[in-house]
Design a protein around this ligand. Structure first.
Ligand code: HEC
Ligand code: HEC
Length: 216
């Protein structure tokens, strides 16, 4: 998919996804650092998060788009996205603090993902295929057609997923597959995840977690 199409998709989605008064608030990274005092226990001081094998992984926030972070925090507050740990912490923030922590995390350099479960080359190859080319026989669109070149993210609608922790990517794809995450109004991710086998999910998570993202 070329850049124009990606941009077009972004515009199309942007109208529904990020509307809301909160978007108008300007974030301040310095204030964001203060407001993030309660976040570091899980997301870490450098925003790297942590892969927790067999447990609940904490996503990397460093380098995520600020508009995407704002949307997710409001989604947790308003129950469109459900997670016991995060709902609690999102509810501690007011709209200004949400804009501030988003500014703070978005300007941090992307940190390398952890994920390193042993996987074989065939599985990684399948992961690369799904991410970069998709699988038309299974009606799976390539991840990069929305998540952008290298799946490094496009604007505030399509988050960077390269160099995100494998455990977190897997958990989110499973949540969409089981209708436990549905805060994406057009349910694009639900449609994709439902077409993926458990092995596909493991493959693409392992591959994406092994990609490094170079600073712009
Ligand atoms: C107890 C651990 C914990 C704490 C403390 C915590 N988080 Fe989280 N956070 C999580 C988990 C777990 C998830 C993934 C939730 C899910 O699976 O939906 C998450 C997800 C997120 C996301 C969504 C990321 C994405 O890629 O979609 C954002 C944004 C976020 N947290 C911000 C914060 C902020 C800001 C704070 C502090 C005010 C905070 N978190 C405190 C555990 C925590
Ligand atoms: C048709 C567009 C589209 C395609 C193709 C697509 N995604 Fe997504 N994806 C989205 C959107 C939109 C979101 C943001 C949802 C939201 O706002 O909560 C998203 C979010 C995600 C997230 C959550 C990231 C986070 O930080 O919480 C993961 C993981 C993900 N996608 C994985 C994938 C994988 C793996 C593929 C390829 C197999 C893929 N996506 C293909 C549109 C797409």
């Amino acid at each position: 998919m070329n850049k124009t199409v990606i941009k077009g998709l972004g515009l199309l989605l942007g109208t529904g996804l990020n509307a809301g008064a909160a978007m108008a608030l300007e974030g301040d990274a310095q204030r964001g650092q203060e407001a993030s005092a309660t976040c570091v226990a899980c997301h870490q001081a450098d925003g790297s998060g942590m892969n927790v094998p067999g447990g609940e992984s904490w996503p990397r926030l460093a380098g995520l788009d600020s508009g995407y972070i704002v949307k997710q925090l409001h989604d947790f507050q308003e129950g469109r996205r459900e997670n016991a740990s995060m709902t609690l912490f999102a509810n501690m923030l007011d709209d200004q603090q949400i804009a501030d922590v988003a500014a703070y995390y978005s300007q941090m350099p992307v940190t390398p993902a952890q994920g390193g479960e042993e996987v074989d080359d065939a599985l990684l190859e399948r992961g690369e295929q799904l991410a970069n080319r998709g699988d038309w026989d299974a009606y799976i669109v390539s991840c990069k057609s929305c998540h952008g070149p290298g799946s490094e993210g496009v604007g505030s609608d399509f988050p960077g997923i390269a160099s995100q922790h494998a455990g977190y990517i897997t958990a989110q794809l499973e949540a969409w597959k089981n209708d436990e995450r549905s805060n994406d109004p057009q349910n694009l991710m639900g449609a994709i995840a439902k077409r993926m086998s458990d092995e596909d999910i493991q493959a693409v998570s392992a591959w994406l977690s092994r990609q490094s993202v170079t600073a712009e």
